[in-house]
Design a protein around this ligand. Sequence first.
Ligand SMILES: Nc1ncnc2c1ncn2[C@@H]1O[C@H](COP(=O)(O)OP(=O)(O)OP(=O)(O)O)[C@@H](O)[C@H]1O
Ligand SMILES: [Mg+2]
Length: 365
Amino acid sequence: MSIRKIELMCFRNHHNAMFEFTSGLNILWGENGSGKTAIIEAIHLLSIGRSFRTNRRKDLLQYGQDSFKINGTFLVDKKTDVIRLNQVSDGKRKMFVNDVPIEGLKEIVGKHPVVLLSPEEQTITKGGPQDRRQYFDKMFSVVSPEYLEKLVTFQRVLKQRNAALQLCRENRAGVSEIETWEEPLAVAAASVWKMRKSMIAGFSTCCKKAVHNYGETDAFLEVGYESKNPGAISEILNALKNQRRKDIINSNTETGPHRDRYSFVLNGKDIRSFASQGEHKLALVLIKLAELYYVKERQGAAPVFLLDDLLAKLDFKRGQKVLSLLEKTAQTIVTTTDIVQVKNRRGNLSAKEHTSIHLEKKCKV
Ligand SMILES: Nc1ncnc2c1ncn2[C@@H]1O[C@H](COP(=O)(O)OP(=O)(O)OP(=O)(O)O)[C@@H](O)[C@H]1O
Ligand SMILES: [Mg+2]
């Protein structure tokens, strides 16, 4: 899988721009503020329908404009897919796959997968439990439409039970209103938990492979997973019933996969609590390589690897190592302010297809 071309109209600082990519290594270089991350962001948007920098769609509109467009051409098994995204400032957005409008994100998630290694992603090791839950949910949704569907169902029913809890607390509804949602909630929770368990096992194997391929012979990276899963559907139902009174007080459901906790453990130590800056960076690189292997294994084709700000993440030796591993595995798009340093890192890599694209910052006069 690869992206061949992207066109940006009134997106961030790009007024009207087109970039073409090769199947190998692509280096986007230019000074700070020239729009490198914006290109990575646009590719990510076409892949999963979301930005990794903002939840406010309006932020993406070029200042003073009332709409933006992104068109991307992807190559999947020698077949070309054109994904278009049109957004107008009042929030309405339209996406098309080969000119057919899509109904929901589930129609695009996982079709043109990307793996993003960027400074923003460091929250995976540094952030709270919610950041890691989101990370795993996103990755699992990319490799399994069934997981995405189950997760969406679970989240919808959870919202409904929580709303009923709130109504009950305010004496605007009876307990039966809460009860209505418990059976469907228990069923949805059980299926999310079941899928998570096997997917975490698959991802953990890929972590081992990443550590091995990266040559970190003394490193040992594991995924920690804590879950208060009561077990069978009947047991989940019991737990929901038993805690109902407490849940009403909090207007929140205590039991469910939304309370699972993931952690990353490097050499026996929880990274979030104990790792040094360098270890955080190393762990993120290993996690992202593992994600690449995992998505590739599940999808049968390698995702596009987006590496934003190479120098911020990797010292010289590690940069070289990562680029050489990626060259063997996936189409890679790297951004940097320093082309010389990246070319040096490419140094002894084989002369497979590569290209460099220079971005110039428009001067305001
Ligand atoms: N909605 C917007 N409209 C116009 N310009 C914007 C918008 N959002 C951000 N910008 C500007 O676009 C420019 C490019 O931002 P971007 O983050 O892509 O730069 P970059 O090349 O990645 O820089 P760096 O090397 O510092 O990471 C910045 O000057 C930023 O202020
Ligand atoms: Mg940037």
